[in-house]
Design a protein around this ligand. Structure first.
Ligand SMILES: [Zn+2]
Length: 262
């Protein structure tokens, strides 16, 4: 039987009050999740990811050269977004990956084979939850000390290894220590690398270190941190993530996924 107008109005009212109730329940659940991880609130959600990756033009924080992947310290954007990147792979803390997933904080890992190979399963699970696993060489050597062929071996073999272990061939490569030569970029290009992200900030469990004197985040900044445990620094990886989330939120920024932009 068709609804009469008052019936329709009542139905709409009910459904809108149901929607409000659902929304309130979601807010309460989000708050509970945040508090479980020692935060006052959930981090703000990232903006919709771009449909196509923006074309990189010469800008502060971007180095372009013909036939070389771009080297990027900061992704050109006007949006108040930053990118979290986590390097090496020594500490494989399941609490860290769970916390990042529950808080909706995306990140990109840059993994060195010599640290990851004992348990690629950890990195496969990161990939399954939407975090990207990228190239950080086989042995984490200083690229400046190696010839072209050795560099190519370090980068291209890790491309093959990650494709085998994770199921996806990386598009991004970060040289160990952020040190590289033109040979590094040429070698990276030869095995399919499309961009070389470096960083403007480094995060620790107790502090952030900024590259620039203004000591604050800029739109598109890339933040570096590491898969490290308490033997190497003063806190756990969940302490680290709490520090980063608080710092990024306090400056009015949200997290976006680097691989969506580069
Ligand atoms: Zn490293």
């Amino acid at each position: 039987m068709p609804l009469t107008l008052p019936g329709l109005a009542r139905a709409e009212e009910e459904s809108s009050s149901e929607a409000v109730a659902r929304q309130q329940a979601a807010v309460r659940a989000g708050l509970a999740t945040a508090r479980r991880w020692g935060l006052e609130r959930l981090p703000a959600q990232a903006p919709q990811r771009p449909v196509v990756r923006p074309e990189l033009k010469p800008a502060q924080g971007v180095k372009l050269a013909p036939g070389r992947p771009p080297v990027v310290y900061r992704v050109p954007t006007d949006e108040k977004i930053v990118f979290l990147t986590v390097d090496d792979g020594a500490e494989k803390d399941p609490e860290f990956s769970r916390m990042a997933a529950e808080l909706g904080v995306p990140f990109s890992a840059f993994v060195a084979d010599y640290l990851a190979r004992e348990d690629y399963g950890y990195f496969r699970r990161l990939a399954a939850q939407g975090d990207m696993v990228n190239n950080h060489t086989i042995n984490h050597r200083d690229m400046r000390l190696l010839g072209y062929e050795q560099q190519r071996d370090e980068i291209c073999r890790q491309q093959d290894q990650l494709e085998r272990q994770i199921g996806v061939r990386p598009r991004l490569f970060r040289p160990p220590y952020g040190e590289y030569t033109d040979d590094t970029l040429r070698a990276a290009a030869s095995c399919g690398i499309e961009a070389v992200p470096l960083w403007n900030e480094e995060a620790f469990p107790d502090r952030m270190e900024y590259r620039y004197d203004d000591q604050r985040l800029h739109p598109g900044d890339i933040i570096l941190t590491h898969f490290r445990g308490t033997s190497l620094w003063n806190g756990t990886m969940t302490d680290l993530l709490r520090k980063v989330v608080n710092e990024v939120g306090a400056q009015g920024f949200t997290f976006a996924r680097l691989d969506d932009y580069l």
